[in-house]
Design a binder for this molecule. Structure first.
Ligand code: HEM
Length: 162
């Protein structure tokens, strides 16, 4: 009898665990906390040192692109994009140094659409998020940017947060 109860309890607990593990409403804690990166900090992850992680930001979201070393590593074709926020370059599919910036001012509809596609279908789908650029919430002098509203930024949406 006792053995039967143990089996029932075990089955119940296992079922509940499996159900909740697959429940999209349950937020699983990420294994590592996300960080805020200043421009200077982000620059350290530019792929110049072998064996170090490679980070790149788009729309202020910092992705770990180390697994894409063949694209982003030292001497790789898109190395110019990493260690910084390259939103504009990705939107325009340009490696022009003038486009290696977070600034989306004046981008046209098509470029903004392309930015969304690459942001969602390549970066969010392929690479883990390790943090956010401090520019999103801090002023140049490090003080909090109280006026910051994601929805005011061109090509930027609150849903990008998570
Ligand atoms: C002659 C021009 C170009 C060719 C032939 C080319 C070709 C490619 C190819 C074959 C891929 C890999 C697709 C895959 O395996 O998933 C790729 C990915 C990519 N390309 Fe280009 N590309 C060109 C120019 C550019 C430029 C100018 C940019 C500037 C931003 C750019 C940004 C990217 C990005 C961000 C990816 C995604 C890399 C990733 O998966 O992490 N490409 N490109």
């Amino acid at each position: 009898m006792n053995q039967k109860i143990t089996v029932y309890v075990y089955t119940f607990i296992t079922t509940i665990t499996i159900c909740f593990a697959n429940d999209p409403r349950v937020i699983k804690p990420s294994s590592k906390p996300v960080r805020l990166f200043t421009e200077e900090e982000l620059k350290r992850y530019d792929g110049s040192e072998d064996g170090q992680p490679i980070y790149m930001a788009i729309k202020g979201v910092v992705f770990d692109v180390t697994t894409g070393k063949e694209f982003y590593g030292k001497d790789a074709p898109y190395n110019a994009l990493v260690g910084k926020d390259s939103t504009r370059a990705v939107a325009k599919m340009s490696l022009d140094p003038a486009d290696l910036t977070h600034d989306t001012t004046g981008l046209n509809e098509q470029q903004l659409e392309s930015l969304e596609q690459v942001f969602t279908n390549t970066y969010k789908a392929k690479y883990p998020i390790v943090g956010y650029t401090s520019r999103r919430i801090l002023n140049e002098d490090g003080s909090p940017n109280k006026d910051f509203k994601p929805e005011d930024q061109q090509g930027f949406s609150v849903k990008d947060e998570f």
